[in-house]
Design a protein around this ligand. Structure first.
Ligand code: SF4
Length: 305
């Protein structure tokens, strides 16, 4: 695989030369790469594949077995990326939780990036909370000093019961600890929440406890992605066996409205790209909170008709 990668990337005279499209494809393991909403213009460097945890019962995102790419492959990708996007200033490290890499490994990749893409000033990546907790305060500050600007983190819920039932592998206290440590280090964070994750039975608890947690931290963005039950997940099987009471899209929106009503975060973009499976809502908190609540109420009133 790696050999083919190098042959394709460095065609000799008279050999087949790759198109720009093919060069891009040769950098990534899959045809589609998933960047969070606020990284859509960032260059993307694949540093790992899969998730080091891989146990959340609702997740169908992490399909690949977990692995860190060898430094040689990362360097080859960087060379290509540099030729394709020479003017970029922000680089996203791809991998379901790329921040599980040790601080030293991240520094090494940043150093390599500096050689091939000297214009890069900022870095971002996906992280689990325990990836943050495994690093010292000093490492987090040094990473920030070297350009680590933001982490994108799936918090999913503020309820310990729901986190445990869905095998998230972290507690609300750990979430607070990890995010406060990012505050201290000056690293921004963008959080994902999953409305509907508690099912009908725990809907109210999910909304209220998630708001309570979010109100104690300082996310730049709260991105709600309503629960979708994927057939290849454990949670789907639980629902099939009557052990999880899946909510309707309208019930999930009502739950999300309760979450928003309880939110007191400031300077934070609230958004949901999955409303009723067809709408996107977006607004700054607290300035546009009332507008968002009204939009949700309006959409819910249409459902009742
Ligand atoms: S930590 Fe994220 S990527 Fe990994 S299994 Fe859980 S939801 Fe999926």
């Amino acid at each position: 695989m790696a050999q083919g990668f190098y042959q394709l990337c460095l065609p000799q005279k008279g050999e087949y030369a790759m198109t720009r499209e093919e060069l891009y494809q040769s950098i990534y393991s899959h045809d589609t790469i998933y960047l969070p909403p606020h990284e859509q213009t960032s260059a993307a460097l694949e540093v790992s594949l899969g998730c080091s945890w891989h146990k959340c019962t609702f997740c169908d995102f992490a399909k690949d077995p977990f692995r860190l790419h060898p430094m040689e492959k990362i360097e080859e990708s960087l060379k290509l990326l540099a030729s394709l996007r020479p003017d970029d200033t922000r680089l996203f490290f791809l991998g379901e939780n790329a921040f599980c890499m040790s601080a030293e490994r991240i520094f090494t990749i940043m150093e390599l990036t500096g050689q091939y893409m000297p214009g890069i000033r900022e870095y971002a990546m996906y992280s689990r909370i325990d990836d943050i907790l495994s690093k010292t305060d000093e490492e987090l500050s040094r990473l920030h000093g070297q350009g680590l600007a933001a982490l994108h983190i799936g918090v999913e819920s503020g309820s310990d019961s729901i986190l445990e039932a869905r095998k998230k592998g972290i507690t609300s206290a750990q979430i607070l600890d990890g995010l406060w440590r990012l505050d201290k280090a000056g690293i921004d964070y963008y959080l994902t929440i999953i409305p509907g994750l508690g099912g009908r039975t725990f809907s109210r608890m999910h909304a209220v406890e998630t708001a309570r947690l979010l109100n104690q931290v300082h996310p730049r963005n709260i991105w709600c992605l309503k629960l979708k039950l994927w057939e290849d997940t454990k949670l789907y099987k639980e629902a099939q066996n009557g052990m999880f009471d899946e909510m309707t899209p309208a019930e999930i929106l009502a739950e999300e409205r309760l979450l928003l009503q309880n939110l007191t975060v400031t300077d934070c973009l609230f958004e949901d790209t999955t409303v009723l499976d067809q709408f996107t809502i977006q607004g700054m908190l607290p300035a546009q909170k009332e507008e968002l609540l009204q939009a949700m109420a309006y959409l819910l009133s249409l459902q009742a008709m």
